[in-house]
Design a protein around this ligand. Structure first.
Ligand SMILES: CC(C)(COP(=O)(O)OP(=O)(O)OC[C@H]1O[C@@H](n2cnc3c(N)ncnc32)[C@H](O)[C@@H]1OP(=O)(O)O)[C@@H](O)C(=O)NCCC(=O)NCCS
Length: 152
């Protein structure tokens, strides 16, 4: 299945259709319900940590949305891939692209939140050097979460 990662626009400049596709991706892949406005107002600038996975028809099939906070840190706000495209190496490619740009911009720490029952994602991040540094209660609509952090 062919798809490619491209630099994405800011969420606030996306069309209603694109936002709807992203809401559906979040729901399918994480079980979390987000309002249209919550997606549109996510603070994701245009940079190498804002990547969209587009298929042959230029449909959005995944995204990696990260921002910068403080002087040296970057935070992954969302990372999801459509079921048809999962487990085919696209996630690893996006992560590598994002890390390369973050390092080049002088950032040295990456942080994110993940549900504690999401073993696949925790494994993915652990193999990339991130560690659980904190428990989160009530962060997700269902279940507990962790904060994970790693060096770039
Ligand atoms: C997490 C996610 C973005 C990773 O993207 P992906 O394209 O599926 O990842 P890849 O195909 O590059 O695989 C990455 C790794 O996961 C492993 N993997 C893939 N599918 C797996 C599965 N079903 N079970 C366990 N491991 C799996 C691969 O072997 C690979 O191992 P590596 O770390 O040694 O390279 C994607 O799976 C996803 O959207 N998951 C649902 C949403 C989610 O959990 N997001 C993270 C929230 S913080």
């Amino acid at each position: 299945m062919a798809a490619r990662w491209c630099l994405g626009p800011t969420p606030k400049s996306m069309s209603d259709l694109e936002i709807e596709i992203i809401r559906q991706l979040f729901l399918d892949q994480t079980g979390e319900v987000y309002a249209k406005e919550s997606v549109k107002t996510l603070p994701i600038p245009e940079w190498g940590g804002n990547l969209l996975l587009l298929d042959e028809n230029n449909m959005i099939r995944g995204l990696l949305w990260a921002n910068k906070f403080g002087i040296f840190r970057t935070r992954v706000v969302a990372f999801v891939i459509d079921s048809e495209f999962k487990g085919k190496g696209f996630g690893s490619i996006a992560w590598d692209m994002y890390m390369k740009v973050a390092k080049a911009e002088g950032l040295n720490e990456v942080q994110l939140e993940v549900r504690s029952d999401n073993e696949m994602a925790i494994g993915f991040y652990s193999r990339r050097g991130l560690e659980i540094i904190e428990n989160l209660d009530g962060y997700y609509q269902s279940g507990q979460g962790y904060v994970m952090r790693g060096q770039l």
